[in-house]
Design a protein around this ligand. Structure first.
Ligand SMILES: Cc1cc2nc3c(=O)[nH]c(=O)nc-3n(C[C@H](O)[C@H](O)[C@H](O)COP(=O)(O)OP(=O)(O)OC[C@H]3O[C@@H](n4cnc5c(N)ncnc54)[C@H](O)[C@@H]3O)c2cc1C
Length: 294
């Protein structure tokens, strides 16, 4: 029996190919791809459908399997893109991309997430991942977020104090879709903000394989160690499986150098983990979110 598809205000696409959206340019299709028009539209859809639900942002940290994702992928990039400034805080839609948001803050002379200028995800994805750099992450300015329960479409507000956000994980309950986020802002000189962004962009250009098909760091840094150092020490810095290769510029970055499949990346990740464990006794944990069946 076909699953129930309620009428919606946003866009629904059947058999949507996720490969083109993915930063790795790999992965299969989902049964249904839904861009809800607003919170009510999403809530109504969730209340009235039986699909297994997965939320994806800008796919800058997601490895989607070659067989894709069963059920419905919810994506907020198209319509959840409002930015509203208030005294001391900003309310921002979960689908807004970080660089766009940061540029808006800079224009208004507000400090908020400028240190994350080179993180190419959405605000929702950044909270889910607790995106950050060594001395800063989004939890430092997060006040609260609105979200919707995938199971019953109910709208919930969660305060940061009720979460256990940690290094590269917001520890967000799996049933929640983040729809908008409140972040603390501080007045700052526009030129100073521009200088911070400029320095970050310069540093990244020198140390990361920009312009390549990558999802950023593949592994989290284990406490007291750098994942890239462990990878190098374990002779994994020149490894490849098919066209899935370890970057020669930053060996914690994996790259699609041509026609890699998701299965190539998956195998490469497993080989790196095994070799690093054997050499150093440390089990690396993926930072990339692996989705679908392998
Ligand atoms: C070149 C490059 C550099 C990077 N540098 C950094 C860096 O310095 N620091 C860093 O932390 N990351 C970095 N990243 C990784 C990535 O950009 C971040 O993890 C980003 O926060 C992911 O956001 P996204 O919207 O792309 O999420 P996706 O990749 O689409 O999804 C990631 C996870 O978030 C969940 N998710 C997404 N949106 C929502 C939502 N609205 N509600 C609930 N769950 C949601 C998904 O289900 C999935 O589990 C880099 C990536 C690249 C390609």
């Amino acid at each position: 029996m076909p699953l129930k598809t309620p009428s919606v205000l946003g866009e629904l696409v059947a058999n949507f190919n996720l490969k083109n959206l993915s930063f790795f340019k790999v992965g299969g299709s989902c049964d249904l791809f839904f861009s809800p028009y607003d919170q009510d539209d999403l809530s109504n859809f969730l209340k009235n459908s039986d699909f297994k639900i997965t939320c994806l942002g800008n796919l800058s940290n997601a490895l989607i399997s070659d067989s894709g994702i069963r059920g419905c992928v919810i994506n907020l990039v198209k319509y959840f893109n409002k930015i509203e400034f208030f005294e001391g805080f900003v309310k921002v839609g979960a689908g807004v991309l970080l660089p766009k948001f940061i540029n808006e803050c800079v224009k208004s002379g507000l400090s908020c997430l400028e240190k994350l200028y080179c993180v190419p995800g959405t605000i929702g994805g950044a909270v889910y991942m607790n995106a950050g750099i060594p001395e800063f992450d989004i939890s430092k300015v997060l006040i609260s977020f609105d979200c919707i329960d995938k199971n019953d479409g109910e709208v919930i507000i969660l305060n940061k104090d009720n979460l256990n956000m940690e290094y590269r994980s917001g520890n967000i309950p799996q049933n929640l879709i983040i729809t908008s986020v409140k972040l603390r802002t501080f007045y700052e000189n526009v030129e100073k903000l521009k200088e911070i962004i400029g320095k970050i962009s310069e540093k990244r250009a020198k140390s990361q394989p920009l312009g390549k098909l990558t999802c950023g760091s593949a592994f989290k840094n284990p406490l007291g160690f750098k994942a890239w150092q462990l990878i190098k020490e374990s002779d994994c810095d020149k490894l490849a499986v098919g066209d899935a290769i370890v970057s020669d510029m930053h060996c914690n970055f994996l790259i699609n150098s041509g026609n890699a499949m998701a299965s190539d990346f998956y195998k490469l990740i497993q080989i790196i983990k095994e070799k690093v464990l054997k050499k150093t006794g440390i089990l690396l944990e993926e930072e990339i979110i692996i989705m679908g069946k392998y």
